[in-house]
Design a binder for this molecule. Structure first.
Ligand code: SAM
Length: 266
């Protein structure tokens, strides 16, 4: 999968995408990244990429011309003009995603949807944001990473690259898997323990040391259900639950001491 990232600050990407799972996925050819400096597509001696907002007010707005030019040139799109009919969505198969706090909320299902594309383009805004014509006439999608405002779209782009990459086949290595991750199953993930079995008097649950695979699986499922019921009960409304899950949740409600025992990891 290939990510084209359009930004005024490409240097910000050095580091977070140069290590660990994302870097290994890059080295293995599972993903590739191209950082495109929007300033390189600005005209004139000063390569200006922002200007004062029409109507006044504070801050600057990213100009449309360099962003259109950058995206059209990198994605080899014919420049569009207002008097041309809009292209059919199918004729632009590469999603052109504007990062904005006004977009649809990024979550695991959006990550899965993006992971299906061989190539996506991410546009990072700065200052007060981008000229509205970028959103209306260039972008095919708008994504927010949450109800808060960042100083720029770069951190949002890195977050999307990371979350999407871990979903791609081979990215996590053979021994790991994203299948049990929180949100992948519609539940929060169960707790993890590792060596030593006793740390300062706090033991790891016996069942995890038992080597009994079926019991471990049942314990993990029940812990995931308990966590989700306690921390994110809203998720249970849409999670896919078996009869055994529903019976366990009903027992938790009827027997509060059971929830306490399970919370202690027993
Ligand atoms: C300071 S913000 C502009 C916010 C804009 N004035 C508004 O209120 O909608 C600058 C840039 O950061 C990025 N950004 C900020 N918050 C974001 C979020 N929650 N998700 C994705 N991108 C975000 C966007 O690219 C945005 O253009």
């Amino acid at each position: 999968m290939h990510f084209d990232i359009f930004t005024l600050f490409p240097a910000m990407f050095a580091g977070p995408l140069d290590d660990s799972i994302v870097m290994r996925a890059r080295e293995a050819g599972i993903i590739s990244l191209a950082l495109h400096n929007i300033r390189d597509y600005a005209e004139g001696k000063h390569a200006i990429t922002d200007d004062y907002p029409y109507g006044g007010g504070g801050g600057m707005v990213m100009k449309p011309e360099p962003i259109f030019r950058a995206v059209e040139s990198v994605l080899a799109l014919a420049p569009r003009w207002a008097d041309q009919p809009a292209a059919a969505p199918a004729s632009q198969p590469i999603p052109i995603i504007l990062l904005t706090p006004q977009g649809r909320r990024f979550d695991q299902s959006v990550a899965l949807e993006l992971a299906d594309h061989p190539r996506i383009a991410l546009i990072c805004g700065r200052y007060e944001g981008v000229d509205e014509r970028v959103r209306r006439h260039l972008c095919t999608d708008q994504i927010s990473i949450g109800d808060f405002v960042l100083s720029g779209g770069e951190l949002a782009a890195m977050l999307i690259v990371d979350a999407v990459t871990r979903l791609l086949p081979g990215a996590l290595g053979a021994e790991q898997g994203a299948a049990d991750d929180s949100h992948a199953t519609g539940l929060l993930e169960y707790p993890h323990y590792t060596r030593p079995p006793d740390f300062r008097g706090w033991g790891a649950p016996e069942i995890l040391l038992s080597g009994h695979h079926a019991n471990v699986q049942r314990w993990r499922r029940q812990q995931a259900l308990l966590r989700t019921a306690q921390r994110r009960p809203d998720m249970l409304e849409t999670a896919w639950l078996t009869d055994a899950d529903l019976a366990f949740l009903a027992r938790l409600e009827q027997e509060p001491e059971l929830a306490e025992r399970y919370q202690a990891g027993l």
